[in-house]
Design a binder for this molecule. Structure first.
Ligand SMILES: Cc1cc2nc3c(=O)[nH]c(=O)nc-3n(C[C@H](O)[C@H](O)[C@H](O)COP(=O)(O)O)c2cc1C
Length: 264
């Protein structure tokens, strides 16, 4: 297992996906009319019975402590490659992410996730490379309820808010590479990610975004970070469909190889 300095704890999710152009106004899962009415997978997700009006599937967080990760209860085991000794060669890497457990979108319906999708993906990534991990926590936690979260996010986007973070690191100066993970909210990164990035000097650093999403892929993620991380190089992003995150290990590994953080 890699030697991770844990800054706080982590939540993760993942799967590779394309970037879809989705308009920003009032995104709700239902509006997009999602598609396949697949039953929720047992385990991490618990379907909210009788509620298939479109919404988000919420995941609860996985905690990573120190150099090890604790699987979320009911989380599916990973089936793909392990981190190699050659991981993150010569790089000092921070993985910082935000993820919200609770009610969320799931193939056109809703589900209740014990671990957030982005947290699942963050775990997969952090298990493959040498990196420190920081889970961004809001001072005012986001609701479990999907529609309430959609409404709050709309208010925060409309007002260009910077939701307060409860656990800001004192510095990220020692890192040259920063992996920034989040769900896609109304086609963009949640405003709390801007709270995080604007707090620090990203000049000379390389940022690699990763997202989980329902339909929007990376959305405006690269643009969002280009704006909020002045002086940083924004590298290739990884977008994983939230519903498929538990199968994203291979995609995460391939992405890490492409961006030079994993040699094998
Ligand atoms: C407030 C809110 C807004 C969302 N907006 C979008 C969106 O615009 N496009 C999209 O593809 N998915 C959207 N989703 C779905 C999430 O991006 C997706 O379920 C993600 O995997 C959730 O990650 P998390 O469990 O780590 O929070 C939204 C979800 C919420 C809660």
């Amino acid at each position: 297992m890699s030697q991770k300095q844990h800054i706080t704890d982590v939540r993760m999710a993942g799967a590779t996906g394309g970037v879809h152009a989705v308009h920003r106004a009032g995104w709700t899962a239902g509006e997009r009319g999602a598609e396949r009415g697949r039953p929720a997978a047992p385990g991490r997700r618990t379907l909210l019975r009788g509620v298939f009006l479109g919404g988000a599937a919420v995941v609860t967080g996985v905690q990573i402590t120190g150099c090890s990760t604790s699987p979320p209860s009911g989380a599916a085991p990973e089936s793909t490659e392990r981190p190699a000794a050659t991981a993150s060669p010569g790089k000092r890497v921070l993985l910082a992410y935000f993820s919200r457990p609770g009610e969320n979108y799931y193939y056109g319906g809703r589900t209740n996730l014990e671990t957030g999708n982005t947290e699942v993906l963050a775990r997969m990534i952090s298990e493959r490379i040498e990196c420190d991990v920081h889970r961004v926590e809001a001072v005012d936690p986001y609701p479990d309820d999907y529609e309430e979260t959609v409404a709050r996010n709309a208010r925060e986007q409309d007002s260009d808010a910077r939701p307060a973070i409860a656990n800001l690191p004192s510095s990220i100066g020692r890192y040259d590479t920063v992996l920034l993970g989040s769900p896609i909210w109304n086609v963009a990164v949640p405003m709390i990610m801007s709270t995080f990035t604007e707090r620090f000097d990203f000049r000379g650093k390389t940022v690699f975004p990763f997202t989980t999403y329902a339909m929007s892929g990376l959305g405006t993620t690269e643009r969002d970070y280009a704006a909020s991380c002045p002086g940083a190089t924004i590298g290739e992003g990884l977008a994983v469909r939230g519903e498929e995150v538990e199968d994203a290990g291979a995609a995460a590994g391939a992405w890490l190889r492409r961006i030079g953080l994993l040699r094998e």
